[in-house]
Design a protein around this ligand. Structure first.
Ligand SMILES: [Zn+2]
Length: 323
């Protein structure tokens, strides 16, 4: 039976019609258009659900469940979004608001948890422990142990990006310093690259012929995470130094998480993961040397996510299957 998965993001609200085999049969979206009221956002979420049901010739009774991934702390018992920084939500009774528009069993969870659940279910993993981190503006995380999503006492569990890897390091918007996401997110890679290029230009000019300058058209504001991987593929020296530094930060954060959970699978998602082996190979090598269990016969398999942004939609749709 079909289900609906809602991905409520800071930029777009996307609703997908998800089949039993985890494929997305149709999708519909609108702009989140922040800042605006939770009531108005809930109305749009409901409207998109109704539209996608209608245009696929379905009725409410044909939809097993609706699930929503929310970028914040979601109390699953009360249906209240306790805190969502990007959306400006504090203690918003989103489930109650949505029920005005959707008369179908409704489930909600944190968006990174939903993405982990989606990647795990759609990927057909048989292992009962699985961790997903997504490298984007920040680092999102979801932890599955014994086949269940880890929520913690207050549903804020699995915030893997806000674990410190350098407590004398750069400030994080969570209030601490040196968080994993300050060094390991896609935004961090962009910042590290821009800093290195700017510093080189005012100091020793060792890398003024770097391909990175060509790729950004001479303007470091145009540097993206992808620029570094593109330059690495052309053998660029500065890009290789930057990738080495970035994967060193990442491996420190990943080793911390592996030491805590020792999951069967550690999956890396987000735009940066599209770099494939260029990212994965050095990460595997560096992490293997850092983990406490380095001498064990069996260790965590580090892999790349396969479902990209779709994982959030699929996982949201499948929230009703959470044990
Ligand atoms: Zn933080």
């Amino acid at each position: 039976m079909a289900r609906l998965g809602i991905d409520l993001g800071g930029t777009n609200i996307v609703v997908g019609l998800v089949a039993d085999d985890c494929s997305i049969k149709d999708r519909i979206s609108c702009k989140t258009a922040l800042p605006r009221s939770a009531e108005s956002i809930a109305e749009d979420m409901g409207r998109l659900c109704q539209e996608i049901i209608k245009r696929n010739g379905l009725q409410n009774k044909d939809i097993e469940a609706v699930g929503a991934g929310i970028p914040g702390t979601v109390n699953k018992k009360t249906g209240i979004v306790e805190y969502a920084n990007n959306l400006g939500f504090e203690n918003v009774p989103l489930a109650a608001m949505l029920k005005k528009y959707i008369d179908i069993p409704l489930f909600m969870d944190n968006d990174a948890n939903a993405a982990a659940w989606g990647e795990y279910k759609a990927g057909g993993y048989k292992e009962d422990s699985f961790v997903l981190i997504t490298l984007g503006t920040g680092i999102g995380g979801g932890v599955i142990l014994d086949g269940k999503l880890l929520h913690g006492i207050n549903y804020a569990g699995g915030e893997l990006g806000h674990t410190t890897i350098n407590f004398k390091g750069r400030p994080c918007n969570c209030g601490r310093t040196g968080c994993f996401e300050v060094y390991g997110s896609a935004s961090a890679l962009i910042e590290q690259t821009r800093d290195a290029m700017a510093f080189d230009r005012v100091s020793d000019h060792l890398y003024e012929k770097s391909v990175l300058w060509t790729l950004c058209g001479g303007n470091i504001d145009n540097i993206e995470a992808k620029s570094v991987f593109d330059a690495v593929s052309q053998g660029d020296e500065l890009a290789n130094i930057l990738l080495d530094e970035y994967t060193t930060y990442l491996s420190e954060g990943i080793a911390n998480i592996i030491n805590i959970f020792q999951p069967a699978v550690f999956c890396i998602g987000g735009g940066v993961s599209k770099a494939g082996k260029t990212l994965l190979d050095p990460l595997k090598k560096k992490t293997a040397k850092l983990i406490y269990s380095r001498n064990s016969a069996v260790n965590t398999e580090i892999t790349l996510a396969r479902f990209d942004n779709d994982a959030g939609i699929i996982g949201a749709a499948l929230l009703n299957e959470l044990p």
